[in-house]
Design a protein around this ligand. Sequence first.
Ligand SMILES: [Zn+2]
Length: 304
Amino acid sequence: MKTILFIFITFSFVFAFDYNLKPQKVRENVYCFFGKLENITKQNAGNIVNTCFVQTKVGFVVIDSGPTFSYAAQAYEQMQHISKLPVKYVINTHDHDDHWLGNSFYKSKGALLIGPRTYERNVVAGMKTRMQKALGKELFGQTKIVKLDTIVDNNFTITLGDEKFEIKQIESIAHTKGDLVVFVPSKKSLFVGDLVFTGRLTSLRDGSIIGSLSALDKIAAYHAKYIIGGHGYVTDESATKEFKSYLSEIKKQVLKAIDDDVGMEKVTKKVSMPGYRKMKLYDMLHGRTVLDAYGELEMMEDDE
Ligand SMILES: [Zn+2]
């Protein structure tokens, strides 16, 4: 029995998923781990998301904590190679679980967790998130759902060292009903979560096309030099360009389809936008996004 137990423990250790995280420097003291432009699979163990950290004189501030406890632990290990500083705050940009399931790790390290009110809907006993279902017990490992320490409804500013972090919900509904952006003025860096995608397509399942477009205008008003989205690799001022064109084009074509009395069953064919077929996750997400936009825009037209 002892031998079997020993073999089991050794094997679980050997097979603990290696996320192979390497921090990329976006600018001085600002780093991100960039995830794959894929859907969640057991092969990527949920590493489909960007998480970032900002180094201050007295500690780190983490923006989004990633898909699992183990991911966050491995991210933390990489941060400790840069500097042996504690993580003081973790800011969650929104409540989709690829962005915050690392929270339980940072909580165990004494960090304060900050996020939007919509996060609360996840804190339900016995709740199984999408990530947990997709990854299974082994990969999900020690991941737990933990409560936030601070809920941000509108604005919240934290200062750490001499660095300011301005947290704000800029739209009532955009990617979700609770999207926070984090602006670090001295770094001219704006972390926007899933208000911006690059290189892959988005999902509007919890959001709004009108709100998403409006959020992009508000992001532009920050005049940030670095705009870091939740998925994708472009992090300069041009980061919003492709996403804005994509959403504007959907809006334009869906409105025309509604005007031309194209029904819901035909609209995805009509608004197939072949120019975007090269984008990652097109097959999985584009048709659905068109349908979501159709539902929203049709209702708006009816109101007029
Ligand atoms: Zn996301």
